[in-house]
Design a protein around this ligand. Structure first.
Ligand code: FES
Ligand code: FE2
Length: 396
């Protein structure tokens, strides 16, 4: 009997120590008591093209960034073409099953090899222009009429590789070829949390792309505070939530926020088993700088934001779920959840980001004011500022 119980626990994924401790802390907080506090973020943070350029070079250009779900490259031979902060990158999964990243430029005359969003399963990638062909390790393997080139060494024409690693169910890439992408530079605690969530074992239920006329940080901000939830989302998500204290922790350069669900919870609800814990606590992560992961009892929202300019952001959203898709009731629950999230994110959070951008562009505000339920936003901007001001920073 005891053995059965222990066996059952062993088979079920355990929450990470950090997730568990945050839930314990939350269960000890007085649900009605939210600390009052005021802080500010400069309006320039969202408007300045100079600052945007610094963020691109000192943050996006210097750190390992999560760019895709590992499930977007489901098998050897898969490839995916994406933009990361305006730079065209192609990801592949080679014959050995390893994920590789390359600058998405043909080594003949520079053409982008695949359109953004193109994803396929093939054993090679062929340039649409003159049909030079590469294998999934980026090696040039085919040149039509090769005899027409003199002194030609195919080996010198491989695609330009970027450091890349699969961890916590995500694909991480550094746009700087000299920055190592490993568990330490990504952040072991964050990887541990994503492994506990099971991100790498889930499947992509549906995905949707958005183009939002707002600075990328306005998108992140919406996932860093609970103040708007029952107000902006009055018609969609409000029924699941109440104003409540949150626990916000910095894990390395990343952020983990934990909050209770509407029905409230106490110490007895804090289970070490992930599937139990996720029923009472919502965990929202910023995998710094630009990836949002939000848990819920039934699914996980995964969002990759890619800054295009100071006032434009491209977003790839996907809903990750468990199971093989063979339980009709479960699928219809996912379907309803997807419709709700798509509405709440697309027409509410992203819309609010666009309204904020427009309002800030009037110049009416020098600074944005953050109250007791919005301090996660300030924490996020503190980390941004650290990296923008730290010359030569790589990771921490
Ligand atoms: S530019 Fe790619 S084959 Fe010519
Ligand atoms: Fe929201």
């Amino acid at each position: 009997m005891v053995d059965d119980a222990v066996m059952g626990m062993a088979e079920r994924r355990r929450a990470s120590a950090g997730q568990f401790d945050a839930a314990v802390l939350l269960s000890e907080m007085d649900a009605g008591a939210i600390d009052a506090c005021t802080s500010y973020v400069s309006a320039e943070a969202y408007l300045s093209p100079q600052l945007f350029a610094q963020e691109k070079s000192r943050i996006f250009g210097k750190l390992p960034i999560a760019v895709a779900s590992a499930k977007e490259l489901p098998q050897p031979g898969s490839y995916l073409s994406i933009d990361i902060a305006g730079l065209a990158v192609v990801l592949t999964r080679n014959k050995a099953g390893e994920v590789k990243a390359f600058l998405n430029a043909c080594s003949h005359r520079g053409a982008r090899l695949a359109e953004p969003g193109a994803s396929e399963c093939a054993l090679k990638i062929s340039c649409p222009y003159h049909a030079w062909t590469y294998n999934l390790d980026g090696k040039l393997i085919g040149v039509p009429r090769q005899e027409l080139f003199t002194d030609f060494d195919k080996a010198a024409y491989s695609l330009k590789a970027l450091p890349c690693r699969e961890a916590g169910g995500l694909v991480w890439v550094s746009l700087d070829p000299d920055v190592a992408v490993d568990d330490d530079s990504i952040g072991r605690e964050l990887i541990g949390d994503f492994d506990a969530i099971g991100l790498g074992d889930m499947r992509i239920f549906r995905a949707q792309n958005f183009e939002v006329a707002a600075n990328w940080k306005l998108i992140e901000d919406a996932f860093l505070e609970g103040y708007h939830v029952i107000r902006l989302h009055a018609k969609t998500l409000a029924r699941f939530f109440v104003d409540a204290p949150q626990s916000i922790e910095r894990i390395g350069r990343h952020l983990r926020q934990s909050s209770g669900s509407r029905r409230g919870f106490n110490r007895a609800d804090v289970s070490p088993v992930w599937d139990e814990l996720r029923k009472s606590v919502v965990y929202a992560y910023i995998a710094f700088p630009n990836v949002v992961v939000v848990t819920s009892p039934a699914y996980v929202s995964l969002m990759f934001t890619s800054p295009v300019s100071a006032d434009r952001t491209y977003i790839r959203y996907m809903m990750m779920v468990d199971g093989k898709g063979d339980v009709p009731e479960q699928e219809s629950l996912y379907e309803r959840s997807y419709a709700l999230m798509s509405e709440a994110f697309g027409n509410e959070d992203f819309r609010a980001a666009e309204l904020s951008q427009k309002g800030l562009e009037t110049g009416a505000l020098k600074a944005l004011t953050l109250g007791g339920m919005e301090q996660g936003v300030r924490r996020f901007h503190d980390i941004i500022e650290e990296f923008v001001h730290a010359e030569g920073a790589t990771s921490r």
